[in-house]
Design a protein around this ligand. Structure first.
Ligand SMILES: O=P(O)(O)O[C@@H]1C[C@H](O)[C@@H](CO)O1
Ligand SMILES: Nc1nc2[nH]cnc2c(=O)[nH]1
Length: 270
């Protein structure tokens, strides 16, 4: 078994022991601007710093707390990741997907990924609104998998869970998320390219985590993935606004109640 999978198993065991939970049912990864919504998922029975667990990089981005909450939601044991590691932090793809792999090693088979993204089209440019991710385009230039383990990605984002989300909130727009490495936001020319490629949203995370979830582990079935972007800005060049992370986090704070309500509705039904 690769070192990365061993580290995930070790982190999962440490998590079980710290939480006093034998197996978890679901994981929610809160991206930029989503952490204020965490409280809607309930009072945690435990909260663990990721640096207390094997294999996690310390938090390095404003709005990413580097902590994992253990909550019971709808009778399910849920891991809520308050932040994530990004490829642009320079720790490599195993560090980026370690949280998802740890969740799978801890028994999780349903993963909810959230992020902040720029909107490329009118229907995905309602700043402060969540968009259901229908598919992704991995333009990070990297990949968390190596070797001849071939993975079907024709339903990377679960049709069942997308139906669940649309039923819970029929107003949800849906779109294709283009994942870039970052840390730069896009040039206007890159945004025009991404629109030509069929993207509706653009960000710097999620896709690699989805790939890891859909691969599963040597001893864990793949997880179903449900993912949302919070549109925090119109993509570069499509408005006269300049982009900055403080604005991204401000939009997350403003949308916290709406994002929390969405997650609180969905997580008990996963
Ligand atoms: O963790 P996510 O993908 O939500 O964070 C996005 C991408 C960058 O980390 C940051 C840029 O503002 O927001
Ligand atoms: N790459 C990228 N990431 C984002 N995160 C929030 N907004 C954006 C954006 O416009 N582009």
């Amino acid at each position: 078994m690769s070192d990365a999978f061993v580290r995930a198993a070790e982190a999962a065991q440490a998590l079980r022991e710290r939480a006093g939970v034998a197996s978890f049912d679901a994981a929610v990864v809160l991206g930029s601007g989503w952490v204020p919504a965490a409280d809607a998922l309930g009072t945690p029975s435990a909260e663990i710093a990721v640096t207390d667990l094997p294999g996690f990089a310390p938090p390095a981005v404003a709005g990413h707390a580097g902590r994992i909450r253990v909550v019971e939601c709808g009778g399910r044991h849920v891991l809520v990741f308050l932040g994530r590691t990004h490829l642009y932090e320079g720790h490599g793809t195993d560090a980026v997907v370690h949280g998802v792999r740890t969740a799978l090693a801890a028994g999780v088979r349903t993963v909810v990924l959230t992020n902040a993204a720029g909107g490329l089209r009118p229907e995905t440019q309602r700043v402060g609104e969540p968009v259901l991710i229908s598919d992704h385009i991995n333009l990070t230039g990297d990949h968390p998998l190596t070797g001849a383990t071939f993975v079907d990605m024709s339903e990377a984002y679960s049709a069942r869970l997308r139906d669940l989300a649309r039923t819970a909130d029929p107003s949800l727009a849906e779109g294709v998320y283009a994942a870039l490495r970052g840390p730069t936001y896009e040039t206007p020319a890159e945004i025009r390219m991404l629109r030509t490629l069929g993207a509706d949203l653009v960000g710097m995370s999620t896709a690699l985590e989805t790939i890891a979830a859909r691969r599963g582990l040597p001893d864990a079935e793949p997880a179903e993935v449900l993912a949302f972007s919070l549109v925090t800005n119109v993509a570069a060049g499509l408005s006269d606004r300049h982009l900055d992370h403080a604005e991204v986090l401000a939009e997350g704070r403003a949308a916290a109640a709406r994002m929390g309500a969405l997650l609180a509705t969905l997580v008990p039904k996963l």
